[in-house]
Write a protein that binds this ligand. Structure first.
Ligand code: HEC
Ligand code: HEC
Length: 240
């Protein structure tokens, strides 16, 4: 009698130990290819590409090699509509927390973007390269590489890579932070901002002070850096 109670407790204890494991069993690779349990969370590869490199022509971003905490944050921001997007909002809402963690881990495990180490000539003032590497300090705009790293390869968990993303996607994000004047049902035009998810308004303040031409130029600059198969070399930090 006494012994069977202990066994029963032992079993409960074991189940309590295993249940969080079962909850964590979401398979990130399977979600990419087949979608999540809720069919509204469609297979990610449909838009983000079989290799996770995105689809430049459609403006679908690369997810391969993005830091897992950044991916988790973005999906949370789509859920809360701090980042508004009609395609990603329903997908993020249909994913469970465990599925988000799993798919973020799986994308983060893919190779991160890398750019070829090349010495840069003195950039020409007013070009995309100038903004990227020198900024516009007279307007309190630091150089993009200060936060996004040399060559725009990203820094840590919070500063995503810009290299490796299409010019179309980068431009769209800067414009989402900058906002656009939209007429709402015959009323006065008002500024509609669709991305408000940046810590301390870091990006919103930068995007708001850039002209549309500067946004296009800096997006094209980072896109032009491409993706290199060479391993990242620390000496690049001096070159860019
Ligand atoms: C039907 C197309 C489509 C599908 C399917 C899709 N996405 Fe997206 N995703 C997009 C688009 C479009 C954007 C850009 C949204 C924007 O402009 O804010 C995006 C953006 C993202 C971002 C932000 C990337 C960044 O650099 O900030 C993440 C993270 C993401 N998607 C994850 C996923 C995951 C995980 C799945 C699969 C469960 C998925 N997406 C399925 C179209 C899609
Ligand atoms: C002070 C730091 C800082 C500087 C300088 C900075 N950024 Fe950012 N940027 C961030 C942070 C933080 C994020 C991520 C915000 C979030 O969590 O969504 C970001 C995100 C972005 C994104 C969205 C990437 C994606 O995958 O969706 C783009 C595009 C971008 N920055 C472009 C630029 C450009 C262009 C410049 C230079 C003109 C620049 N940034 C300068 C901090 C910075």
């Amino acid at each position: 009698m006494h012994k069977s109670i202990i066994n029963r407790f032992g079993l409960l204890f074991l189940m309590a130990l295993l249940s969080p494991l079962a909850a964590l069993a979401a398979d990130g690779e399977a979600i990419m290819v087949h979608g999540a349990a809720n069919p509204q969370a469609m297979p990610c590869i449909t838009c983000h590409g079989a290799d996770g490199m995105g689809m430049a022509a459609a403006g679908f971003p690369r997810l391969a090699g993005l830091p897992a905490p950044y991916i988790v944050k973005q999906l949370g921001d789509f859920r809360s509509a701090a980042r508004q997007n009609p395609i990603m909002e329903p997908i993020a809402k249909a994913l469970t927390d465990d599925e988000i963690a799993a798919v973020a881990r799986a994308y983060a495990a893919r190779p991160p973007v890398n750019v070829t180490a090349t010495a840069v000539d003195r950039p020409v003032r007013g070009t995309g390269a100038w903004l990227a590497l020198r900024g516009a300090w007279e307007r309190n705009i630091p150089e993009c590489t200060l936060c996004h790293g040399p060559g725009g390869i990203g820094v840590g968990e919070s500063f995503p890579p810009l290299a490796g993303q299409s010019a179309m996607y980068l431009e769209a994000q800067l414009k989402a932070w900058k906002g656009s004047m939209v007429e709402v049902k015959g009323k006065r035009k008002s500024l509609i901002i669709t991305r408000r998810n940046d810590p301390n308004n870091l990006m919103q303040h930068i995007a708001a002070d850039l002209s549309d031409a500067e946004i296009k130029a800096v997006a094209e600059y980072f896109f032009s850096l491409g993706d290199s198969s060479e391993p990242f070399n620390e000496s690049q930090r001096r070159l860019r």
